[in-house]
Write a protein that binds this ligand. Sequence first.
Ligand code: GLN
Length: 274
Amino acid sequence: MTIEDLLFFAKQHIHSDHAKILLAELLNCNPLELLNHLQEEVSEQQIELFQREVKALKENKPLQYVIGHINFYGNEFLIDERVLIPRFETEELVENTIKYINKYFTEPVDIIDLGCGSGIIGLTLEKKVSTKSVDLIDISSDALKVTKQNCEKLSSKANIIESDMFAKIDKKYDVIISNPPYIKTEEEIEDIVKNNEPHIALYAGVDGLDCYRKILREVKDYMKEKCIIAFEIGMTQAEDIKKIANQYLDNITIEVKKDLSEKDRMLFIFKNCE
Ligand code: GLN
């Protein structure tokens, strides 16, 4: 069998773009280079793997899980059903946080990533800014297995800690960052998300604010004198989260930022950042 045969087979079942992406993965090349490989013979093993992947896509599995890795802010991360699929908006959170860290800190920073999932946020920050320590926290031991693989893949020195937010933490940080679950229990979301991604990473109570409440209630004890808290948020949640923050923290400045779709998506809390 040749690549062309596989492409023909796949196109009968799945979108041709997806077919090309899977084949390019198989050949370890760019989808645009596939044309040069059409007559290449493939092994039995490759055929089996490819057929399994086509079947998974046909059964509405997300492409990212089928491929098993994703590029986030310039690095490849392994992902599977144990963790959330990284979103473009989270790259925007990371980008803005890098900007603020560089603006307000001259010394290496201590960072905690709460609800780290695959580890994309904390591990990207470790690569992009000067850090003293990076602590990756998640309540899900399954998710942390993926975090660990990504730490190894990226030769990271980050600490992985299984903890329900700050429960097992006894340290103060310069940067506290989180993209926690923020979907309301009853909120309608796409089937492909609902049926495949871990619900523990998606849902956060009737108003979707449970995790922000939990973090902000305790966060004071974990903030250094000067500190940035960076949250990804749901597009309707900014005002509520501001109120919760002001309830638990004094002398802070809050900034809400929109994502590229013009939706409120990030909320930054600054303490003594001048
Ligand atoms: N922090 C991780 C991410 O941004 C996981 C988020 C989550 O599981 N809600 O992908």
